[in-house]
Each structure stands twice: as structure tokens, then as C-alpha cells.
Design a protein around this ligand. Structure first.
Ligand SMILES: Cc1cc2nc3c(=O)[nH]c(=O)nc-3n(C[C@H](O)[C@H](O)[C@H](O)COP(=O)(O)O)c2cc1C
Length: 485
């Protein structure tokens, strides 16, 4: 006789709740505006109904998203408030464990437009962990991250890690359901939507590298995509730039390395401290310029000359196949060196003040030495130029902001493990070429170390892993100091 089937227990879908980031507090101002405070920093959120503000008080512990999903006036008001907080990066989202009230996971958004969405999963669906996902310790917490995800997941229950480990191989939801005591469909659906888990089609086989995303994604090594997204702005919420995070613990290194103790050969008697030709003179004159003369901006003619000197394609050629049955590969020669002659770097110009050229975004077509206009909104262009001004601590926006973007696949098609580092080295050689050409033309320029890859992706509608910024350079006519006679 067959044993009676155990009645499956119904899983109560755990609620996702929005919670105000613990460092912030909400306060009503006498003028009726609601303001979020963190020490001296504040964000004005605007005016809301009293009923909405009463509900918003639950944001300190967690306000279930379902509680304001309705169509009532109060729900719509709460929804507007919560979305405003989300866009300012002031929210996290908690998913409670179904057996008690502990946080199962807490979702920390990494991109401004993140909102917790669930992919639909059924028992017949097969899912697997993305090869870009990783678990690591952060302070006393375990976090689950991926450069492809718009959020990171703080893991509150170690059993979640066991589920993730099981998902290193494709698993059918139905089977996972029966096997794992910690099964949580809502979490899996959130992770699929965040691209930390993949839903496999029958044609996707084992869900290995070639099955994840397009060809451009296949070419990325794990560490390279993590490096790209964690060393730029736009797809992470960590502090970027001069934050001096451990300056109180570790002293700064000296400007010049202390000499080795071995015997010294003094080179001064073999070389002249004065430039002996034009090139060393150019190198000595090169310097960064952050203050531009906006009454006397760089002209279109100067820009054309600058691009011709530094970045124009000089010639094109072709190599035979690298392996049996492989394709011919086309190459170009340009004024600066490039690893493997890949010339993967593209120039995008945000023009704010150039005589003879309208404000806007342009791509430099290096093959035909032409500028091609790209439509981008005024707000996007303004945000892009202001970020560069901020990075330089400059009095005004750069006349021309050159964003150096990489066609990543051009390098990673050939090179494993070193592709992204080669791209950054290419950026360095291009930047020095820019500096020297600007100096030679009596123009001013400054390299910029930070760049927002998410904003660029929005402006150009190019996916961040296909073509995106890896460096920036501000160009213009430097303001001449008024020297009193
Ligand atoms: C890779 C790189 C990134 C840089 N990033 C910035 C930056 O974000 N903001 C800035 O004001 N200057 C930046 N600079 C310029 C340096 O601060 C400058 O080169 C350095 O202080 C030496 O001064 P000089 O260029 O006038 O000789 C950068 C330079 C390089 C090479």
C-alpha cells in the first residue's frame, strides 16, 4: 500500500518592504516639506498629505510595497514619496524570513533606477547562478553581488548561501522546491530579475559561459567586468574618488621612493637639465589646465586639428586568420600606440563651448575624420559636463569634454585575463598624446579619473558591457593669467 502523500504546506510569499537607509531620518519642516537628513546633508522630498506621512513613518522599520500598491489617493501619495526616496538612493528593501521576522535578505540598490521586481518562475523553469555572481564578506555581513545586477543582496540567513551553492548547476524549480527547506520563490524571482540567477531555455544547455547573454558578454572575464563596474561611477553605491577612507590608519607614502642601499651611478654629469630639443621642451611645458577662457573658446578648426594630430586613422590593413578556419582581422594605424594594434578606443565629445560647433554630443569617426551628432537631452549633457567640472574642482564646465569609450570586445576577442588592463594602458597612452598635442597647440587640457558609465549608457543607448567610458579628458583654451604690468 502506498503511503499517503504529505500535503504540501503553502508558502506565504514573504513581503518585500521598503526601509529608509539607517543613516537617514525623515523630518517635517515648518513650511510643510518633508526632508531626509544625514548629519548636515539633507534632501528635500516635497509636500505630501498627512495620511501619507503617517504611513511613511513605517519606513524606519519597513513599509511593505503591497501596502501602497492600490489606487487610493493616499496609496498614490505614498508611492510618489517612496519612489522619490528610491531615486535619491535613500532606500533599501527587506525580505523577511517566512518563519520569523528576521531579515532573510536586504537589497541595497546600486543604480538610481533600481526597484525590486520579480521575474515569474514556474515549477518547470530551470535556473542557474550567473558566472558573474559572487558572495563575499563585507564587515560582519555576507553580500551577494554581480556587476550585471542593479542591486546587491545582504544575506541574513546562511541557508540562502547553501541554496546559491546548489544553483552552481542548473536546477528545475520543481525539484528545488521539494529538496530545499529554505526554498523562497520570491527571493529566486528577485535574483533572476537582477541577473544574479539566469532562467535557462531548453536551447541554453548547461547554462555555461556561452549561454549567458550576448556575444559581447561572453567575451568578458569575470574579474574584468567586476573591475570595470567597481572602478567607475553609475553601477555601484560605494564612495568613489578621494575619500581618504583609511588615511587615519595608514600614513601616506612619500612622493619619491627612498633609494635602494646599493652603490649609486650619478647620471647628472651625463645629461643636461635643460631641454636639448623641442620634444623634451614640450614634455616640460605640459601641465593640466582646469580653468578655461569662455570668452575665447577653442574653435572648430582647432578641434579638427587636435583630433587629426592625436586620433585619426592613418591607414588600414588586414591580417590573415590566427587559427584554422578563423576570420581575417582588420586593423588600423593611428598616432598613439595600442595593445595588439586593437585601437578599441572611441572618442565621444560633449561640446559646451566651441566656436563654430553647436552644443551637443558627437562621436568622432576616426576613419573618415568627421564628427557625427548624437541626440542626448540637455539635462544629460549638463549632468555629464558638471560631473567633469566637479572632478576637476574647476570654476566652470570644460569647453569640450572628451569621453574615451572602449569597444571592449575588440580586445577581449583575442586576450584573456589581461583585456581590461590593456584597455586602461591604452587610455594612458592616448591621454599623454592629448596632453602633448594640446600643449603644442597652446590649448589646455586635463585628464579626469572618474566617469559615470550608467549616465553614458543612458545618453548613447549603448549597453555598458558593449561600449563604455574608460577615461575622460577636458579640452579648451586655458584662461591666461592677467599679469599686472
Ligand atoms: C589618469 C589621470 C587621472 C586624473 N584625474 C584627474 C581628475 O579627476 N581631476 C583633476 O583635477 N585632475 C586629474 N588628473 C590630473 C592630475 O591631477 C595631474 O596630472 C597631476 O596633478 C600633475 O599635474 P600636471 O598635469 O599639471 O603636471 C589626472 C591625471 C591622470 C593621468
Amino acid at each position: 500500500m502506498r503511503a499517503p502523500r504529505k500535503k504540501p504546506t503553502r508558502k506565504i510569499a514573504p513581503d518585500i518592504a521598503a526601509r529608509l537607509s539607517h543613516r537617514f531620518s525623515l523630518q517635517m519642516q515648518p513650511d510643510g516639506n518633508l526632508v531626509a537628513f544625514l548629519g548636515d546633508y539633507s534632501v528635500n522630498l516635497g509636500q505630501f498629505s498627512k495620511a501619507a506621512i503617517d504611513r511613511a513613518r513605517h519606513l524606519s522599520t519597513g513599509l511593505p510595497l503591497a501596502s501602497f500598491a492600490g489606487k487610493s489617493a493616499v496609496a498614490r501619495d505614498v508611492d510618489a514619496l517612496v519612489h522619490r526616496l528610491a531615486r535619491q538612493g535613500l532606500l533599501e528593501y527587506r525580505l523577511a524570513s517566512s518563519c520569523d521576522e528576521r531579515d532573510l535578505v536586504v537589497i541595497e540598490p546600486q543604480v538610481p533606477e533600481y526597484w525590486p521586481r520579480r521575474a515569474k518562475l514556474g515549477n518547470r523553469d530551470t535556473i542557474v547562478l550567473s558566472r558573474f555572481a559572487y558572495l563575499r564578506r563585507r564587515g560582519n555581513e555576507m553580500v551577494l553581488e554581480s556587476p550585471r545586477a542593479g542591486a546587491l543582496f545582504r544575506i541574513g540567513d546562511p541557508a540562502v548561501a547553501a541554496t546559491l551553492a546548489a544553483l552552481s548547476q542548473p536546477q528545475k524549480i520543481g525539484k528545488l522546491n521539494r529538496k530545499a527547506a529554505t526554498f523562497n520563490l520570491c527571493l529566486l524571482e528577485l535574483l533572476v530579475e537582477s541577473r544574479i540567477l539566469l532562467k535557462l531555455d531548453a536551447k541554453d544547455g548547461q547554462g555555461l559561459r556561452v549561454n549567458e547573454g550576448d556575444g559581447n558578454l561572453v567575451l568578458w572575464d569575470f574579474h574584468d567586468l567586476v573591475f570595470h563596474t567597481r572602478s567607475t561611477e553609475g553601477r555601484q553605491a560605494n564612495p568613489v574618488g578621494a575619500a581618504f577612507t583609511y588615511a587615519s590608519i595608514v600614513p601616506p607614502l612619500p612622493a619619491v621612493r627612498p633609494p635602494w642601499p646599493g652603490s649609486k651611478i650619478d647620471l647628472r654629469k651625463f645629461s643636461s637639465p635643460e631641454p636639448i630639443s623641442l620634444f623634451p621642451k614640450l614634455l616640460r611645458e605640459r601641465h593640466s589646465t582646469r580653468d578655461f577662457d569662455d570668452k575665447n573658446p577653442v574653435t572648430l578648426g582647432e578641434l579638427a586639428q587636435f583630433l587629426d594630430t592625436t586620433a585619426r586613422v592613418v591607414s588600414e590593413w588586414k591580417s590573415g586568420p590566427y587559427f584554422d578556419g578563423g576570420p581575417d582581422v582588420t586593423y588600423s594605424t593611428r598616432p598613439y600606440p595600442s595593445a595588439g594594434s586593437a585601437y578599441e578606443l572611441e572618442l565621444y565629445l560633449t561640446v559646451s563651448n566651441c566656436e563654430g560647433l553647436a552644443r551637443g554630443l558627437y562621436h568622432y569617426d576616426a576613419g573618415s575624420h568627421a564628427l557625427v551628432a548624437i541626440s542626448a537631452s540637455t539635462q544629460q549633457l549638463q549632468a555629464h559636463a558638471v560631473a567633469a567640472q566637479f572632478a576637476m574642482d574647476a570654476p566652470g564646465q570644460p569647453q569640450i569634454l572628451i569621453t574615451i569609450a572602449a569597444r571592449f570586445g575588440r580586445v577581449s576577442w583575442k586576450y584573456s585575463s589581461i583585456a581590461y588592463s590593456l584597455i586602461l594602458k591604452d587610455v594612458g597612452s592616448l591621454i599623454q598624446t592629448f596632453y602633448l598635442a594640446a600643449t603644442d597647440m597652446d590649448l589646455g587640457g586635463c585628464a579626469i579619473g572618474s566617469t559615470n558609465i550608467d549616465l553614458f549608457a543612458t545618453m548613447t543607448e549603448l549597453e555598458f558591457h558593449i561600449e563604455g567610458p574608460v577615461g575622460q579628458f577636458a579640452l579648451g583654451r586655458g584662461r591666461k593669467l592677467d599679469i599686472p604690468s
